[in-house]
Ligand binder design. Structure first.
Ligand SMILES: [Zn+2]
Length: 261
């Protein structure tokens, strides 16, 4: 393998890692934005739970004052019933008192229901507060991790850029231009061949091309256009003899009449 090709293989590794790193760097702000958004919505859930609990408490304060009103009415009717002149007046006041007493019982029932609702609302609020607190801690950890990760990734990116510049000057200009052209449209410009297959696109190579690539000739994949290279260190098992598809076909045809009676 010539030195230019060796440098080009290394260059592609550097380029691939650089592209992955850039993607990861770009994904981080999106991840942080998503978890911050969840934090905002959880804060809103807690705020709504607070409001619901407060609204129920306000309702009960109104019930209490309504009960007091009814109790005052009852006291007033009792006062009046001491000074009535007729049975009719007395019965009318008794009727008012019974009505007010029933009203108090009705309000007390509503008060009880409200207290049950408060209990449920408060346990929901407790859960919402716990969720918020744990997510808040998670966001803080993620932000701290992101700061560290960004610094590390930036340092690695600087290293890669340096390697890239160093490698490019070592590579034959024509080969480099070819690589750049293919890489700009395919993502990668170089593909290793193994088992008569282009590992860039997984297509099989014609036997002649497979031989040429293994001999070290610079060839392009007929399917994906990538520059092909062979690395014998990946092929520890000897390759099986290549069978030409056309010859195999002929053999079947010639054998066929013999099997017939
Ligand atoms: Zn290919």
């Amino acid at each position: 393998m010539d030195a230019s090709l060796e440098h080009l293989i290394r260059l592609q590794e550097v380029d691939v890692e650089t592209a992955q790193l850039r993607q990861s760097i770009a994904a981080l702000p999106r991840h942080l934005a998503a978890i911050e958004e969840k934090l905002r919505s959880q804060t809103l859930v807690v705020e709504q739970a607070d409001k619901a609990v407060q609204a129920e408490e306000a309702k009960r304060r109104r019930f209490e004052s309504d009960i007091k009103d009814q109790q005052q009415k009852i006291a007033k009717f009792r006062d009046q019933s001491g000074s009535v002149k007729t049975n009719e007046q007395f019965h009318a006041l008794q009727h008012e008192i019974t009505f007010a007493e029933n009203e108090i019982r009705r309000i007390e029932d509503q008060e009880l229901e409200s207290m049950e609702r408060t209990e449920q609302l408060e346990s929901g609020r407790t859960r919402a507060r716990q969720d918020l607190a744990s997510h808040k801690a998670f966001v803080e950890r993620e932000k701290e991790g992101a700061r560290k990760q960004t610094a590390e990734q930036q340092a690695r990116l600087d290293e890669l850029n340096k390697s890239r510049a160093e490698l490019r000057v070592e590579i034959d200009k024509e080969l480099l231009a070819d690589y750049d052209r293919i890489a700009s449209s395919r993502g990668t410009g170089l593909a290793r061949v193994q088992g008569q297959r282009c590992l860039g696109c997984q297509m099989f190579l014609r036997p002649q091309m497979w031989n040429q690539v293994r001999e070290g000739q610079r060839m392009h994949c007929e399917s994906c256009g990538r520059l092909l290279y062979f690395d014998p260190s990946f092929e520890p098992i000897p390759e099986p003899p290549i069978v030409e598809p056309s010859k195999r076909k002929k053999k079947i045809i010639t054998e066929a009449p013999e099997t017939e009676p």
